[in-house]
Design a protein around this ligand. Structure first.
Ligand code: ADP
Ligand code: MG
Length: 252
């Protein structure tokens, strides 16, 4: 059975129909990536799935007791607010110390617990958000443009981490990305959106679909081939290094 399924869903923001005719489901353990231009309804889809928006038409079903870990597109923390990583991990509810340590370790952020959130690099900040999301022991991990602001090697490294987590935690992953070059080959399935689902399928299939090429141009699948070869080794979490830059040697 699917973790989530949407049937013929429409979602409106007031007068604007942001999504229509959406049929979507995700199964246990799958990695699904949603791509599409700005304003194509990617975040609207995610926010509908997490329950922050209600469909104006169609049906949405969740598997019973489904646990979702969600990393939103934007999270603003006032830089004058002195909040440590440890404290952030306990919001809005606290977890046993050992669980917090374990989650930070899982995302390669174990050395960061006592640092102020405002002092983290972009990559470290994302790893902490991810650690917070996996504390929920999710069946489904949802990330909305989690690599925004990271350079391409940093993003590639982050996606490898997601793949490792999927294996270790056995959760499904639904992510939105505009980093087409680095993300697509790691996905079981890619969904290309533009107000509705334009095309979907295995990464290679979507990359060569006319609908996808019309939206993103035909140069993108060469880059896909390039990045398919970057999974040959793993990086253990080590916070003394800046993860944003650890993969420069592979960026080509
Ligand atoms: P994406 O994440 O693909 O960039 P969004 O789902 O954020 O796209 O937005 C889809 C469309 O809905 C856009 O035209 C956007 O301007 C509009 N939209 C998104 N959120 C709101 C909102 N809260 N109120 C009104 N319009 C919105
Ligand atoms: Mg968005």
């Amino acid at each position: 059975m699917s973790l989530i399924s949407l049937k013929n869903v429409e979602v409106r923001h007031g007068e604007l129909t942001a999504l229509h005719s959406v049929n979507f489901s995700i199964d246990k353990g799958e990695i699904v990536t949603v791509v599409g231009p700005n304003g194509s309804g990617k975040s609207t889809l995610i926010r509908t799935i997490v329950g922050a928006l209600k469909p104006s038409k169609g049906q949405m079903e969740h598997a019973e007791g489904l646990r979702i870990g969600y990393v939103p597109q934007k999270l603003f923390i006032d830089p004058t607010l002195p909040i440590s990583v440890k404290r952030f991990m306990s919001l809005p509810r606290s977890f046993p110390h050992a669980d917090v340590e374990e989650a930070l370790r899982h995302t390669g952020a174990s050395g960061l617990a006592d640092r102020p959130m405002s002092a983290l690099s972009g990559g470290q900040f994302q790893r902490v958000l991810l650690a917070r999301a996996i504390l929920e022991k999710p069946d489904l991990l949802i990330l909305d443009e989690a690599t925004q602001g990271l350079d391409q090697p940093g993003a590639a490294s982050f996606y490898r981490l997601i793949e490792t987590l999927r294996t270790e935690l056995g959760c499904a992953v639904l992510m939105v990305s505009h980093d087409l070059h680095v993300v697509m080959s790691a996905s079981d399935r890619v969904i290309c959106m533009n107000g509705h689902i334009c095309c979907e399928g295995a990464p290679e299939v979507v990359a060569s679909a006319p609908e996808y090429r019309a939206l993103f141009g035909s140069g993108t699948d060469g880059a896909l081939a390039l990045y398919r070869h970057t999974h040959t080794h793993s990086h253990d979490g080590d916070c003394d290094h800046d993860h944003d830059h650890e993969d420069h040697a592979h960026a080509g």
